[in-house]
Design a protein around this ligand. Structure first.
Ligand SMILES: *Cc1c(COP(=O)(O)O)cnc(C)c1O
Length: 425
């Protein structure tokens, strides 16, 4: 549904960034004599994605959410197992855990990157922790070297939610191959899209790739003991039987998980290939917009706004532009209202997940992640930064940001403008 108010600078793209190149790719698929599913375009898109992430396997699926559900299924969690997760993400990152009898521990985040903080991880991880599930928030890669070291010391697997991270770099590498498995989203709002919806799993593990391929293709995830010859049918008829290799796999003691159909269509995959070629341009545009916003704030030295300034070696993909407004809830509200009046759509992403009703019902409470809570309830906001913005919209955005900061902070005595000492509520 279109939002109630037409902003001059909307947070998300209106329409799409698809052009004649994607149109030509879809036309090629539709005019070909290949079936429209599991064909050569999907194979090609997956090969390109493997090359991009440097992983042994890339398996496409219908969404990032389905990728996460499948990935969590591979962890073979048992009742009583613990899983450490970030609270600062979209609900799809951790939602499948609601269906499992496991203990979830929320790990607090770094107050600037909003990524899992290695120090907090060290304090919540235990010998019972089977997995750590993190997100590269907004496209800023988490500190994977420290996180992996801590996880490995405790025998825990690490899942990367890379929904924001396409185009990001960490010390010369791309996210998505930095841990055990990674999940990607090609939803229309993400850094590239495959016709509005789509996702991918990347991993180096051959056994997991095989299980993913079964799960996404209506096969059951189980181990089979071969029985030969296949019983109950004349071998000459097997060639006429679709799925013979499925029915006559042998015997199975117990299945791990039921499969589903999560096949990304070839038309969508063909669009993905075109979009992947455009990725560098999209990310460059995002970075240019964010650099201008940082410049605006930096030019007002007595305005105590906090910016995201990654260390050297971190290439921020700028899926989100995030900044922090010290001074408590009131100051942030004033800034959001000032931007809103000037036609800029501000969003606050994401509400700390341990405090949504379904996780509170599992015993999670305020106080569990003081940094995530303070930042979300008092300080942080997200401004539009998508490549769908025209130059005129970017001018409008940066002017509105400068004017709003000036309005909110210049009308205040100097004492009120001084940066506040970090408080935990
Ligand atoms: C978008 C998103 C997802 C879900 O991806 P879909 O393709 O929309 O299902 C998961 N995690 C994060 C962090 C996201 O932003």
């Amino acid at each position: 549904m279109p939002s109630a108010r037409p902003y001059d600078v909307p947070f998300a793209r209106r329409g799409s960034t698809l052009d004649d190149q994607e149109l030509a790719a879809v036309t090629e698929v539709l005019r070909s004599d290949h079936p429209l599913s599991a064909g050569p375009w999907r194979t090609r898109f997956e090969a390109e994605f493997r090359a991009y992430t440097g992983t042994r396997h890339a398996l496409s699926v219908t969404s990032g959410t389905v990728a996460l559900e499948i990935a969590l299924g591979l962890l073979d969690l048992e009742p009583g197992d613990e899983v450490v997760v970030t609270p600062q993400t979209f609900q799809a990152t951790i939602q499948p855990l609601l269906d499992r009898d496991v203990r979830v521990r929320f790990c607090d985040v770094d107050p600037v990157s909003l990524n899992v903080d290695p120090g907090s991880l060290a304090s919540v991880i235990t010998a019972r922790t089977r997995a750590v599930i993190l997100v590269h928030y907004g496209g800023w890669p988490a500190e994977m070297a420290s996180i992996l070291r801590i996880a490995r010391e405790h025998g825990a697997l690490v899942v990367e939610d890379c929904a924001h991270a396409l185009g990001a770099e960490l010390d010369g590498r791309h996210p998505g191959g930095l841990a055990d498995i990674a999940c990607w989203s090609f939803h229309t709002s993400k850094n590239i899209t495959t016709l509005g919806e789509g996702g991918m799993l990347t991993t180096d593990r051959d056994d997991w790739a095989e299980r993913i391929d079964r799960l996404r293709n209506n096969r059951v995830d189980a181990d089979f003991t071969a029985v030969a010859p296949p019983p109950g049918i004349e071998p000459a008829l097997l060639a006429h039987m679709p799925y013979a290799e499925y029915v006559y796999r042998g015997t199975c003691d117990r299945h791990r998980r039921a499969g589903t159909n999560a096949t990304l269509s070839d038309a969508a995959a063909a669009v993905g290939s075109v979009q992947l070629r455009k990725l560098d341009g999209f990310v460059a545009r995002r970075r240019a917009i964010c650099a201008r916003l940082d410049e605006v704030a930096g030019a007002l030295p007595d305005v105590p706004i906090r910016l995201q300034r990654p260390r050297a070696g971190v290439g921020h993909a700028q899926h989100l532009y995030t900044c922090f407004v010290p001074g408590g809830q009131e100051r942030r509200r004033e800034l959001v209202e000032a931007l809103d009046r000037r036609g800029v759509e501000v969003q606050l992403r994401y509400f700390p997940l341990h405090l949504v009703p379904e996780w509170q019902a599992r015993g999670h409470r305020r106080g569990e992640c003081p940094v995530a809570e303070r930042v979300w309830f008092e300080e942080h906001l997200n401004l539009p930064a998508h490549p769908g913005l025209s130059d005129a919209q970017v001018d409008r955005l940066t002017e509105a940001f400068a004017d709003s900061l000036t309005e909110v902070y210049r009308s205040r005595p100097a004492a009120a403008r001084a940066p506040q000492v970090a408080r935990t509520r």
